[in-house]
Design a protein around this ligand. Structure first.
Ligand code: ZN
Length: 492
């Protein structure tokens, strides 16, 4: 490796270590930190974040990078060139924001989140409205700092899904919507639910840990804990943490969340440690990340093959709750399709309609065609149009998601992209892994994990998501595989 590049990689590794320490503080804050420590913890976290920012934008790092960018890179390998391009992208995004803007923005977000919580509890959009107005305005400003030439929404979208544009996404989502509405109209609405029964949480934990182990989650390089909102975080590929939330009355909530976070975690454990801190050792995009969690959660852990083969083990853990329920009834209950108000509780068929609603609304907010004061009415109208239901109040409607209060515009589409990528990858996997259904049925996931490691996890940011999809599946990203998957599962 070129000497200057080695120096750059060493600097990046140090930043990666600092970022990891920050993530460790946040993980602790969400899991074990005593509540009285919050003040000093915020100070610690802010200090670390500013140290990383200073290191990235400081003269030393900027000098090393500029010199490399301007030098002759003909003798660089493809991955070294890619590394340089990606670091340059990150650096430009870090350096273009004035420090005063960054601190103003982070204060706004922290206030807005606080107010959003209160507004949601009281179901009072009016409380949150002025903050949302400011967040929209500041997000437009932020986008302009990054790239004045592009529409603000495209700049924000590209932050989470590199290379993705509204010009590509809008027509794709329109076809997807047609397909989803068609499937929804053809499925008989189901009222199936599990009877009110108790599923001891220790047993739920045991089943989740068993599943994680089968997935290949390495407990010597990671752990699972409990938190109010399940999440995955990593300090290094050798230290990946997930959390789950268990409720004795809702066994699938906890199991699905364990599997979902397990999918994210497997991706993080599969990144190349040799490139730690650099873009080549980092997850490619939020959409690709979500494809990993959703594939494990839906295509695998909610499949007929899995429950047919593994229901016995599950039933044996919960004899009091499940002795009179057979696997087919359980499977149908788990996969019940019914339009509902809350995104995070939605089934696989309706889930993406929730996302399309948010996508259309946030584009309109960002380009100014929708005023923040008109947002609740627009939200309710879209729920009526797309799902045939109307939220009775703001907390079950426009105030339900935390994202906008954190200034996360352009983030929602990555959830749907994750589902589309997952279906496309899974279809390819089915062609390449002999007897995939049998493996899933036996909970023999080793071939699946090996396939994901080889094709996706180890790539880091050496490709864009679009390139990865094309290289792995031979086809460009589309809604087709996902629609085929839903048709096969729900109407096959
Ligand atoms: Zn996720």
């Amino acid at each position: 490796m070129h000497h200057r590049l080695e120096v750059l990689v060493k600097e990046l590794r140090e930043m990666g270590l600092l970022v990891g320490v920050g993530s460790l503080l946040s993980w602790d804050q969400e899991t074990y930190m005593p509540s009285g420590a919050i003040g000093v913890r915020s100070e610690q976290s802010a200090l670390l974040a500013s140290l990383v920012h200073e290191k990235m934008t400081g003269d030393r790092f900027s000098g090393i990078l500029s010199e490399l960018i301007e030098s002759n890179t003909d003798d660089f390998s493809d991955s070294e060139k890619r590394l340089l391009t990606e670091v340059h992208r990150d650096w430009k995004r870090a350096i273009c924001l004035p420090t005063s803007f960054v601190s103003e923005y982070s204060q706004l977000v922290s206030h807005a989140q606080h107010i959003w919580q209160e507004a949601r509890e009281k179901s009072d959009f009016g409380l949150f409205e002025p903050y949302l107005e400011k967040l929209v305005e500041k997000s437009r400003e932020k986008a302009a700092y990054i790239d004045r030439q592009k529409p603000a929404y495209d700049v924000l979208l590209d932050t989470y899904e590199p290379g993705m544009t509204t010009a590509y996404l809008t027509p794709l989502f329109a076809i997807l919507r047609e397909g989803l509405v068609d499937i929804l109209n053809r499925i008989k609405p189901s009222e199936l639910t599990l009877p009110d029964r108790v599923f001891p949480v220790e047993k739920q934990w045991e089943y989740g840990v068993w599943f994680l182990t089968q997935m290949g989650f390495d407990f010597s390089r990671g752990r699972q804990d409990k938190s109010t909102h399940p999440f995955t975080t990593q300090f290094h590929p050798h230290d990946v943490r997930i959390t789950t939330r268990l409720d004795a009355n809702h066994v699938m909530d906890g199991f699905s969340s364990t599997v979902h976070e397990g999918g994210h975690a497997l991706y993080e454990q599969g990144l190349d440690p040799a490139w730690f801190g650099t873009p080549l050792g980092e997850a490619m995009s939020l959409g690709i990340h979500e494809s990993q969690s959703r594939m494990w959660e839906n295509q695998i852990a909610k499949s007929a093959s899995f429950w047919k083969g593994q229901y016995g083990r599950f039933q044996a853990l919960f004899p009091d709750a499940l002795s009179d329920i057979n696997w087919e009834t359980f499977y149908k209950t788990v996969n019940r399709v019914k339009p509902s108000l809350i995104r995070v509780d939605a089934d696989e068929v309706t889930y993406n309609l929730h996302i399309l609603i948010r996508y259309e609304l946030e584009i309109a907010l960002m380009d100014g065609t929708l005023k923040v004061s008109d947002l609740p009415a627009a939200w309710n109208q879209k729920y009526e149009d797309y799902l045939g239901i109307c939220p009775p109040d703001a907390s079950q409607g426009v105030l339900q998601d935390v994202h906008w209060s954190c200034g996360l515009f352009g983030y929602f589409p990555t959830y749907t992209l994750g589902n589309l990528y997952a279906a496309q990858f899974f279809e390819k996997m089915k062609e390449e892994i002999v007897d995939l259904d049998g493996c899933i049925s036996r909970a023999d996931f080793a071939p699946i994990t090996a396939w994901l490691r080889k094709n996706i996890h180890g790539v880091g940011r050496a490709k864009t998501p679009q390139e990865l999809v094309k290289d792995v599946t031979g086809k460009s990203l589309s809604q087709e595989a996902f629609i085929r998957y839903l048709l096969g599962k729900y109407l096959g």
